[in-house]
Ligand binder design. Sequence first.
Ligand code: SR1
Ligand code: MG
Length: 417
Amino acid sequence: KLPFEALSVETLAARLGANTALCSHIGKDTPRWKVREVGDGNLNLVFIVEGAQGAAVVKQALPYVRLVGDSWPLPLKRSFFEYHALTRQQARAPGSVPAIHHFDEGQALIIMEYLSPHIILRRALIEGRQLPNIARDIGLFMARTLFRGSDLSMVTKDRKADLALFADNVELCDITENLVFSDPYFDARMNRHTSPQLDSIVAELRADRDLKVEAQRLKHIFAANAETLLHGDLHSGSIMVTETETRMIDPEFAFYGPIAFDVGMLLANFWMAFFSQRGHEQIGKRDAMRAYLLGVTVETWSVFRSEFSHLWRTERTGMLYQKSLFEDQGDRLGSEQALDHVLHQIWTDMLGFAGVEVHRRILGLAHNADFETIADADLRATCEAKALKFGRHIAVSRRQIHSIDEVNTLAALIERE
Ligand code: SR1
Ligand code: MG
């Protein structure tokens, strides 16, 4: 077994030229391979390799956080979790993730399908593109993976084994636990808000006891509720799209956590896209885009809810809320009552997770391009301030908010202020 070595554009063909999986997809003629490094995420190397017969993606973990450098070591085993999460997502929501061609644990690399002409969803939204299928595709993906990875569906023994497998993804959970739930709310070393115009709002949020208590309650839910196998980092930078296709990528943060986490993180990214639109008006008027984005949140939640309910009624084979206690006794209403409870809990926690996700993307270490690409600093700060206010409201008042229309009415009000 060779020791780990990071690939480079120069070494990739020599290192992987004999890899049969790669050669069978792109061809063996290594001198003709064209290699580009395209990774723009915070953690890994991503290469596109084109050969005479096709192209593939080679993704390799580095032993440190790419965004920060080798002062922040990070285990290579995250590619093991990514690989295993992708295989489970493919089984539970077929066609929703890239096909895997090969996994090399020692070199922490995954060779997978090159998605083309897909682009990152976040980029498409910044460009003002209204994609007709994302809400449906992502809503279905979340419902299917989150339901089918839980005790509502799985054989208990299998789920417990899987729980143990993913329990070792400690360092990536630790990133989320700190970066999402704690750092934004105190003067943490790695925080960086890029708009000094926000200083007074930041001070206000850090002095906001209700918000800090809520963030810690959410952290508690995140850490202590091993409900299902999460994607773990489901934001608009983890989704690739064309006009008609949607694929989820990058599940290296996968672990067993609360169903509401993926849903909340995802919707937060649509709401951030909404609040950032004013900053992208030079590319075109954004009223229609704002309406589109709020529509996407409504549809995503509605598709998630109805598919989750459908699976509840048709695939509830796990040890939770067993059919033998309800339907088999002729008690259909009992089963529906339990479903309402479960969905209500997901709804309430989803809003909380969405609120803290908005905060951490503006105040913490890892920002997002929706705001960062707004060149005018005052305009950027205006957009960010509105998003922060929105995030605070949905996190703290989550138990008093009863519908997605209510949330979107609030978002529209804050946006117009
Ligand atoms: C140090 S990693 C920062 C962020 O990048 C990833 O995409 C996750 O969102 C993580 O929180
Ligand atoms: Mg990622």
